[in-house]
Design a protein around this ligand. Sequence first.
Ligand code: PLP
Length: 414
Amino acid sequence: MTLPPVPPTDLNLPQRTLLGPGPSNVHPRVLRAMSLPCIGHLDPAFLEVMNGTIDLLRYVFQTENRLVMPVSGTGSAGMEAALVNFIEPGDTVIVGVSGLFGERMADIVGRAGGRLVRVDAPWGEPLDPDEVATALAAHPGAKALTVVHAETSTGVLQPLEPLARLAREHGCLFIVDTVTSLAGVPVKVDEWGLDVVYSGTQKCLSCPPGLAPLTAGERAVEVLKARKTKVQSWYLDLPMLVSYWGTERFYHHTAPVNMVFALYEALRLIAEEGLEARFARHRVNGEALLAGVRAMGLEPFAREGYRVPMLLSVKVPDGVNDLEVRKDLLGRANVEIGGGLGPTKGRIWRIGLLGHSAQRENVLLVLAALEAALGRQGFKAGPGAGLAAAEAVYRAEMATAPPAGASGPKAGGR
Ligand SMILES: *Cc1c(COP(=O)(O)O)cnc(C)c1O
C-alpha cells in the first residue's frame, strides 16, 4: 500500500462573517473552551461541567424542568429525540407545517409510525390557530401537537401561547422546535406550558454545531414512562440518556466532551449578558437591518407582525441573480448570507443576526456589501440609503434607552 501524500499546509480557512441562517459566528472564549484538554466523560471534573451546563440551560429555557440535557448531535438530533421518544406506532400526531423544518418533523413522525395529521400554512405565513383547533377537534385522541417556533426557511415567528393552550385543552403534548429562536427571542417553557422543547447550538447560542439542548416537563415524562414499546432509536433513547446526564451517571455513549465545554462557555456568555439584554440586542439589530434593506428598495418576505427579529427573509428583486449576489458577498466581503430553500429557492435571501453575529458592525457591513453587489447586478439601491436608515434606528434606540445593547459581548473581552 502506498502512503498518501501528507497535505502540505495547515487548514487555512477564510475568516467569514456568518450572517446566514446558521452557523453563526463563535465568540473566541467559546473556541478557547473547545481547545482545552479532553478529559474523560465520567471524570469528576467533567461531571461538574455537565451540572453547570444543565443549570445554565434551565436559565435559557426559562424552566424548572428536571429533564434538561444537551443531546449529542445537531438540531435535527434534538428534533428526532423530541419525536421518537413520545410517539409510539399508531399514535396520532398533529404537525404544523409552514416551511422546511415543519416538513422535516412530519417526515420523522411518519418514520416513527405515527399517524400524521398536517395543518399547513403557505411559506411566509404563520399557522392559523383556528385550523389547529379544528384539527384537534377532529382528532380527539391525538398524542401530540408539534410546531416550529422560528421557521428558519421562511423567517416566520409562530406565536406559541395560543397553540399551547389548545394542546392543553385537548390533553395532548405540545412539542416545539426552538432551534433558531432559543436565546434570540423569549422561549418561556414553563410560563407558556411547552411540554417538549429542543434547540441546536449553532444558531442563537453561537456555538459550533454539534449539540441539541432539550427539555421535557412532567406531563411529557409521564407519557415517556407509560410507553408500551421501546423507543426505536437506541442512541436517542431519553430514559437511557437521563441515566447518564442525571444523577446515576451510567455510561451510555461517550459525551462529546469538548463540545460540552463549548456549550458551557457559550451559556456563561449568555448569563453574563442576561437574556433580556440579549433579546433587546437581537431586536435592535434586526430592526436596523430591516430598515436598511427597505431603504435600499428590497421587500421582506415573511408576513408583517410574524417576523423573526434576528432572521430577515427578503425577496430577491426581479432581474437580480440570487447566486451571483451571494458569491459576490462571500468573495469580496467574506460575508455569508443564506438563499432560499424548496419553493423559495432563488427567490429569497435569509440574513441572520444570530447570537454573537448580532452586532451593529455586521449590520452595516452586510448593508454596504449588499448595496455594492446589487449595483454590480444593475440594481440601483439609493447610494448609502441602507446605511443611513440603519443608523437612524440605532440613533433612535440610543435616544430612548442608552445602553440597550446594540452590540454584544466583544471578542477578546474578559
Ligand atoms: C437549523 C434548524 C434545524 C436543524 O438543525 P441542524 O443543526 O441543521 O440539524 C431544525 N429546526 C430549525 C428550525 C432549524 O433552524
